[in-house]
Write a protein that binds this ligand. Structure first.
Ligand code: GLN
Length: 290
């Protein structure tokens, strides 16, 4: 560590940053988030009060947490929070940490549906991040959000209630659409289903593999098993004029698009890149209900 005995908040952040430099792609952000958590200061205060001294108890706590981060644990699990589309979500090991690329999926849907009152199904909600963000950004929408995991749904329920979306979001424990009422049909189906292929496990970051729930990540040998089952159920679940928003692995974007095109031949189906330039989303509009 650069400063083995930091006296101020800024020096302690700098020491954590040095510790995390070789293990995290975002060492400065991580160090500041951990410092905020330990001091109780917000993002700007932790900078503004950088010259304030940090007491030894908080300093050791901060270094303990930095060691956990150094061993690969996501910062969001350590501090129990993650910001998503401007909302502060509670997160823990029951569900994936919401990711910035998933914010892009939400925004693509919001661009199409803001000002309307769509019936939205969010399949595989995990922490409830997508459902809450859609409720926030499309105030007239109603969202039915499902997950197969009872544990994930408890976390989603906490977020939905805490953020005040209980009237707009209905949670269902269901394997894809299996437990939905027979006649439930939707204008929008949005999903970030497990899409990591077990054939490509080695490509998964160690921190993700060791700390986030495998059930939320793994989608069979090529990563598309869960999406194949979902697309098979869609013809009974979509209304005419509906749209689909799916997050996927870049290597699966083409096969996933083909799957959707084979099921909904006259819809307009496209691949969309994320901010990193990776083919991360398959979006299908103007679905004609069979
Ligand atoms: N984006 C995640 C990752 O690659 C995977 C998310 C998912 O499987 N839905 O770490």
């Amino acid at each position: 560590m650069r400063s083995p005995n930091p006296r101020t908040i800024a020096e302690a952040i700098e020491a954590c940053r040095d510790r995390l430099r070789s293990v995290s792609p975002t060492p400065w952000l991580d160090a500041r988030l951990l410092a905020q958590y330990v001091t109780g200061l917000d993002a700007s205060a932790v900078i503004a009060y950088g010259d304030t001294s940090i007491d030894t108890r908080r300093r050791s706590r901060l270094f303990e947490l930095a060691e956990r981060r150094a061993r690969g644990e996501p910062v969001a699990y350590i501090i129990g929070r993650k910001s998503f589309c401007g909302l502060e979500m509670a997160v823990d090991r029951r569900a994936l940490v919401p990711r910035p690329e998933t914010e892009e999926l939400v925004l693509a849907c919001v661009d199409d549906w803001a000002g309307h009152a769509p019936a939205i199904a969010e399949i595989g909600t995990g922490s409830g991040a997508i459902a809450c963000a859609l409720a926030h950004l499309i105030p007239q929408a109603h969202i039915t959000a499902s997950d197969i995991s009872a544990e994930a749904l408890e976390l989603a329920a906490h977020n939905v209630n805490e953020l005040g979306f209980a009237e707009q979001v209905t949670l269902v424990q269901s394997s894809l659409f299996a437990q939905f009422p027979d006649d439930a049909r939707f204008d929008v189906v949005i999903a970030n289903l497990p899409y990591v292929g077990t054939d490509n496990l080695a490509e998964l970051e160690a921190g993700v593999r060791d700390h986030e729930p495998a059930q939320a990540l793994l989608g069979g040998p090529d990563g598309l098993d869960v999406y194949r089952r979902l697309v098979g159920q869609l013809p009974e679940r979509v209304r005419s004029g509906s749209a689909l928003y799916f997050e996927c692995a870049p290597r699966s974007a083409d096969p996933l698009r083909s799957l959707v095109v084979a099921t909904f031949t006259s819809a307009q189906t496209e691949i969309k890149k994320d901010a990193a330039g990776l083919e991360r989303m398959v979006i299908s509009r103007s679905i004609v209900s069979p």
